[in-house]
Design a protein around this ligand. Sequence first.
Ligand SMILES: NC(=O)c1ccc[n+]([C@@H]2O[C@H](COP(=O)([O-])OP(=O)(O)OC[C@H]3O[C@@H](n4cnc5c(N)ncnc54)[C@H](OP(=O)(O)O)[C@@H]3O)[C@@H](O)[C@H]2O)c1
Length: 314
Amino acid sequence: MKAFYKSSFSKSASSIYGDLPDPVANTKQLLIEVKAVSINPVDYKLNNADTKFLPGAKLPKIVGTDFAGIVRKAAEGVSEFMIGDRVYGAVSIFLGKPGSMAELLVTEPKNARHIPEFMTYEEAASLPVAALTALNGLRRCGINVGNNLLINGATGGVGHFAVQIAKAKGAKVTATCSQKNSDLAKELGADVTIGYTAAEKANISVPFDAIFDAWGQMKYKDYSPILKKDGTYASPLILFAPAFMTNLIWLFTRKKITSSNMRKRPEDYAEIEKLFSEKKLKPVIEHIFPLEKASEAFEFAEKGRPRGKIIITI
Ligand SMILES: NC(=O)c1ccc[n+]([C@@H]2O[C@H](COP(=O)([O-])OP(=O)(O)OC[C@H]3O[C@@H](n4cnc5c(N)ncnc54)[C@H](OP(=O)(O)O)[C@@H]3O)[C@@H](O)[C@H]2O)c1
């Protein structure tokens, strides 16, 4: 099969497009013909990293997390998935497991969901990591109807889903984004948009009930003054502030600082799928590349400041 994979652990050796043996599913696994995958920052961060320290590291290492495709071999004793079913989901590439950027993927049924009606493979592949991370970030923010919410980095993969989910939950959304993306942020539902310059940020007068930092790298000195007492700041990145620091901040300021990873329980997927079917959530797909151009797609995702998601089709 064709795949996009790392053939060396070295960080200077990015993934290559080429042939690998077809994977073989055991009786408990699904064999999926992959139709589309999306790129998330974790994919290019791993692509650029020395991966020999990953748990269970081995070569060749197929990269990629999100996938959408068709079941070609069903697991025994699992009635939920049949040959020919359209499925999507996210795989873990740790513990020696293969990523999704290949013609064929072998994975456990727990990593797959049926693709809802009227959802394309490209749309399905765009959702898992980014939309579920946005959903969990907003959950951590405790968003309710009428809450005043700031979403920082509002038109990227995570941010553009966060704006739509927050609006569906009835929040008043202020979005920060590059000037060129201001119209997109408004189309997604943002009530107010702000650029990144100090002058534009200085216009923020209302303190927010919550701040979801989809970009993930805001500084405490920037978000604390615009966050209400009892408000929450959530970032999808691991925060390096030690727990005692965040506890101290909570004690003295009553401001909660939290890290919010992707959470992928069935009820999380179901919430995203419901929003999609109600037309309250629609992936923005900036660019679609074929698998043989995966290197270009990675370059664009990492350096091209994409809007929404970058998809690779197979
Ligand atoms: N922990 C998890 O489970 C998890 C899951 C998914 C993502 N993440 C992390 O979340 C982060 C965002 O992921 P993503 O998929 O949304 O990435 P992305 O698609 O590359 O989007 C990045 C966003 O950041 C914005 N941005 C760039 N410079 C900025 C600045 N100086 N101030 C504010 N915003 C800025 C960009 O906006 P403009 O283009 O308008 O400048 C863009 O909207 C990444 O670091 C990723 O690793 C974590």
